[in-house]
Write a protein that binds this ligand. Structure first.
Ligand code: SAM
Length: 231
């Protein structure tokens, strides 16, 4: 069976970032015991690591199919809020000579609250574990860079593709990155992200294409690919 390599700490992050990986029992435990115990204890110790590794792999393979048409060799890619980086790992494995930069947060909120976060304080990642996940799955260390959203100067270079699944404008406002995108975009840079307000972006980009509709989820978001930043 195809799968990713994960250890327990990385599998816990996968669960926190992709709550659909928690089965019905774990979700019930979350309801019964609350967000603190779930985020800090049950999500780590009440899981089967190899089963999470397989499920996360298939989830990311599916995500890969939605963005596949935008991938080319030799691309410079920026990933915003990649989580542990399963999608980016698949890109590295399938497309030659891609360079990937990650911007992520480096802490796990004590009581994770999902949903829109105006102050953008919620985070569920560890930059150490993101790097570890890529390395144990044989990605070369010099082929990616990781930037801490709260501490580092962001990369100042032009990107061909910017990806942010269930992060930018799903949990926090696009405007946090808007000016930065002006600096790092070329005319043909494609920016892919999930949002509940796709029409808002018709005034910001010349071309907005809907790639996927999540009609059966709480958020009812759409995944869009945007081109030609106007302002
Ligand atoms: C729901 S998870 C999605 C992870 C991954 N993209 C996926 O599809 O599995 C959202 C991620 O966004 C990160 N995040 C939150 N605020 C961020 C910010 N301002 N910049 C970059 N990442 C951020 C969180 O730490 C978390 O890893």
């Amino acid at each position: 069976m195809e799968s990713f390599k994960l250890n327990r700490n990385i599998a816990q992050l996968a669960i926190l970032q992709r709550i659909e990986l928690a089965g019905p029992v774990l979700k019930r435990i979350r309801k019964l015991f609350g967000r603190y115990l779930f985020s800090n204890f049950f999500s780590k110790y009440l899981i089967n690591v190899s089963s999470i590794a397989e499920q996360y792999y298939f989830l990311m393979k599916r995500e890969y199919t939605f963005i596949e048409n935008f991938l080319r060799t030799d691309q410079n890619i920026l990933s915003i809020g990649a989580g542990i980086g399963g999608l980016e790992l698949l890109i590295k494995k399938n497309i030659i000579n891609t360079k990937i930069s990650f911007i992520e947060k480096n802490y796990i909120s004590k009581k994770i609250k999902y949903g829109w976060d105006n102050a953008n304080l919620e985070a569920y990642n560890s930059l150490y574990l993101l790097e570890k996940f890529l390395l144990i799955n044989s990605v070369e260390k010099n082929s990616f860079h990781i930037f801490d959203f709260d501490k580092d100067k962001f990369p100042n270079e032009k990107f061909d593709l910017i990806i942010s699944l269930y992060s930018l404008d799903f949990h926090y406002n696009f405007e946090i990155y808007h000016n930065y995108f002006k600096q790092i975009s070329k005319d043909d840079t494609v920016i892919i992200f999930d949002t509940i307000r796709p029409e808002y972006f018709n005034n910001i980009f010349k071309k907005v294409t809907i790639l996927k509709k999540d009609d059966n989820t709480l958020h009812k978001s759409k995944r869009i690919a945007c081109r030609f930043l106007l302002k």
